[in-house]
Design a protein around this ligand. Structure first.
Ligand SMILES: Cc1cc2nc3c(=O)[nH]c(=O)nc-3n(C[C@H](O)[C@H](O)[C@H](O)COP(=O)(O)OP(=O)(O)OC[C@H]3O[C@@H](n4cnc5c(N)ncnc54)[C@H](O)[C@@H]3O)c2cc1C
Length: 486
């Protein structure tokens, strides 16, 4: 039998992978490796350095329940603060020894004879492990629309997730293409610096008040010193956000009431009727991600900002031309056009039992059992796998549920002296049939086109329920749903 380099290899040192490493070590699994293709940890919070990048979930909830920092300086944490938090976790939990930076997994192959996973990196190095945990993230494969003439454009251009901190936009004619979650954070930040900002919008978003504020020293003191204060705050925020899920997954019609409130907010912030008309969404609230901002709408009142809703026809050397023939002189363009969340695990080749290829298994859309296990891929676990995304609450809730599941799978294997466990295809199919049936009744199936859906229109990204329900289902693997490989 091949010697193993680690009991468990976790691929990806973003939020998911870091938390998984901490939990496995807490559970007593010391033999782990945490691989990361970049030269630092942090995942999307390392990469998204665009102006204004921040979280839409209050800091007290967008952090591990077992590591609730009391030091957050704002209600909604900014990118730098979250990235710092993650690096602090690495040091506090002494994970540097397990961390392998610049390790880009290109291939993972399960050996049926030995029940081991053989991993290969881009630089040709290899590793052998018993458990393979993929925490490679869903929102790190940028999408740039295929617009005619882009290759002729001579100005600067970048995607929001690869913002060039050295780029100087001052005094330039800048275009932002896209008005989703990143776009609405970038636009108010750069508008005062640039000469002219042209915002190209395909679909308006539902934008609700953000009400961000600094956390006062007094509050930080209470969080750190009053027993139960921080815990109570976290629970309160959790339940308030969990309530939002009711409209998304149980009764989308109820969202009409919220829509009216949000339209009042728009009315208050945008006086110009023509402009307001362009900003009113024509789909049910929640069908696409609901956004939070206090300064996005007021930015359009600036003299140097223009909202363009006419579709882009082409790029030229120094301009963008819309379908109505109007040319906008542009020196730099920012694509705030999001990510492909439905593309599985990117370019890494994953081969399971009998050489089954994950890309082939997922050719009709990603699917897993509880978003965590995939039939024919024994001892492989996904953190934030298919249908574990949320529209209403913190992703950390889902990750932590999956950590428990993986640790329980470890226990199951140890107790039963198993070599591996493999979810039964039937259990996976039944789970997904129920899940897809449920998704049909949610707001995400109310007719809009969103990044939650794959090319065929199937929702392979979101969890159609409350997070506590997911937590209950993932408490431990049900042995009858798994083939136990001895
Ligand atoms: C701009 C932005 C804002 C967001 N805001 C929120 C929010 O407000 N609330 C919320 O709940 N969620 C938010 N999210 C979702 C966010 O993706 C998750 O909350 C969470 O951070 C994901 O962590 P992750 O570790 O699963 O993925 P990632 O952060 O993507 O980390 C994955 C890591 O795996 C590494 N990796 C990938 N492939 C390989 C490979 N082949 N080999 C080695 N390493 C590899 C990557 O380099 C990366 O470091 C946001 C996402 C973005 C992009």
């Amino acid at each position: 039998m091949d010697a193993i380099d680690a009991e468990a290899v976790i691929v990806g040192a973003g939020f998911s992978g870091i938390g998984m490493a901490i939990q496995l070590r807490k559970r007593g699994v010391e033999s782990i490796l945490l691989l990361e293709r970049a030269s630092d940890v942090g995942g999307i919070w390392r990469d998204n350095v665009y102006p204004g990048c921040a979280c839409d979930i209050p800091s007290m909830l967008y952090s591990f329940s077992f590591e609730t920092s009391t030091e957050w300086t704002r209600l909604f944490p900014r990118q730098t603060e979250i990235w710092d938090y993650l690096r602090t976790c690495i040091d506090k939990y002494d994970l540097r020894k397990q961390l392998r930076l610049n390790h880009d997994l290109t291939e993972a192959r399960y050996d049926d004879a030995t029940s081991r996973w053989h991993l290969r990196m881009a630089d040709g190095t290899s590793l052998v492990t018993r458990m393979l945990i993929l925490a490679m993230g869903a929102l790190n494969r940028p999408v740039v629309p295929d617009i005619p003439g882009l290759e002729h454009f001579t100005g600067e251009r970048f995607h929001s997730s690869s913002w060039d901190p050295a780029a100087d936009l001052r005094g330039k004619n800048v275009a932002v293409v896209g008005t989703g979650a990143s776009g609405i954070q970038i636009i108010p930040e750069i508008a005062p610096q640039v000469k002219r900002l042209t915002v190209f919008q395909r679909t308006p978003a539902w934008v609700t008040p953000r009400l961000d504020r600094p956390v006062s020293p007094g509050e930080r003191w209470r969080r750190g010193h009053l027993p139960g204060y921080a815990w109570l705050q976290r629970r309160l925020i959790y339940w308030l956000l969990e309530l939002r899920g009711y409209g998304f997954v149980i009764n989308p019609a109820m969202l009409r009431v919220t829509e009216r409130v949000v339209l009042k907010f728009l009315e208050k912030q945008v006086a110009d009727l023509k402009l307001r008309g362009k900003l009113i969404p024509s789909y049910r609230m929640g069908c696409k991600r609901v956004l939070l901002s206090d300064d996005y709408y007021p930015t359009f009142a600036r003299d140097n900002v223009e909202l363009v809703t006419e579709p882009i026809a082409e790029f030229r050397e120094g301009s963008i031309v819309t379908k109505d023939g109007r040319a906008y002189p542009i020196d730099a363009v920012v694509f705030a056009t999001g990510f492909d969340a439905t593309d599985g695990v990117g370019s890494a080749r994953i081969a399971g039992r009998g050489g089954a290829e994950l890309a082939q298994e997922w050719k009709d859309g990603m699917a897993a059992y509880l978003g965590t296990s995939v039939a024919k891929f024994p001892n492989m676990f996904l953190i934030i796998g298919p249908n574990t995304g949320l529209g209403h609450n913190s992703m950390i809730e889902m990750m932590e549920a999956q950590y428990r599941f993986v640790c329980a799978a470890f226990d199951l294997m140890e107790r039963g002296r198993l070599r591996a466990i493999d979810v039964k295809p039937q259990a996976q199919e039944e789970f997904n049939a129920r899940l897809q049936e449920r998704l049909k009744r949610t707001v995400w199936s109310s007719g809009c086109r969103s990044w939650y859906l794959d090319k065929s229109g199937k929702n392979t990204t979101l969890w159609p329920g409350f997070t506590y329900a997911f937590r209950k289902l993932t408490r431990r693997p049900q042995p009858e749903d798994f083939e136990l490989i001895r």
